[in-house]
Design a protein. Structure first.
Length: 224
């Protein structure tokens, strides 16, 4: 089953990967670790033996690297104390089933459980799915949530922006050199730092490089 789940996940995220500069797709080992974590809730919508939609919700945000536990402990202390801050790790729908109501059916099942627990369900969205504060994925989530809890609302809790320093082609910068800051601190240029390391060690510094480490019938299932 895990291989079929990965194929669905990878296929569903292909458009996002091509349309946004951020790396939204999990690595395979991360995906497998999430499936194996018993604190996560995996919901799958099936068409016979084929998964056509799924979502995974983390119920222990301290086990993820995406949310700040201290922030939620400060702003939502009661829910944090009761482990009711949950995080949507992914929602994926096979492109061939996007217009068949698969997402609505999946959401009705999953959000009903979150609503019954009184959870604070956190999700994020790249700009292609949320180009402004209004509409987009946030509005869709509000509509889905109010199907199971009439008073549910969606609040924006933060915004993160990415920037790039654009150096024109052919531009010649000044040679790297130490930079002295106020207070006497110094920022040592990389080349100078390497030379100093060789001088202090009495032997050549190691060259950069090396090998990076590991760089049925239609229905909805909840696992575990």
């Amino acid at each position: 089953m895990r291989e079929r789940m990965w194929e669905l996940y990878e296929l569903a995220y292909r458009r996002t990967a091509e349309a946004t500069p951020t790396h939204e797709l999990l690595y395979r080992h991360e995906f497998d670790e999430l499936l194996a974590d018993p604190t996560n809730r995996l919901w799958v919508l099936w068409d016979d033996a084929a998964p056509v939609a799924s979502t995974l919700i983390a119920t222990d945000i301290t086990s993820t690297r995406y949310l700040s536990g201290p922030w939620f402990e400060r702003h939502h202390p009661e829910r944090a104390r009761r482990s009711l801050v949950h995080y949507i790790m992914w929602v994926v729908v096979h492109p061939a089933h996007a217009a068949t109501g698969a997402l609505v059916r999946l959401a009705r099942e999953t959000l009903a459980v979150e609503a019954a627990e009184g959870a604070l369900l956190v999700f994020d969205a790249p700009e292609i799915n949320q180009p402004s504060a209004r509409g987009g994925l946030a509005e869709m989530m509000r509509r889905l949530a109010t199907m199971v809890a009439e008073r549910a609302r969606v609040d924006q809790i933060t915004v993160q922006r990415y920037y790039a320093v654009d150096f024109p082609a052919g531009a010649h910068g000044a040679p790297a050199r130490d930079l002295e800051l106020a207070g006497g601190e110094r920022v040592v240029a990389p080349g100078e730092l390497s030379r100093r390391q060789r001088g202090s060690a009495g032997e050549p510094a190691p060259r950069p490089g090396g090998t990076a480490a590991g760089a049925r019938t239609s229905g909805v299932d909840s696992l575990p």
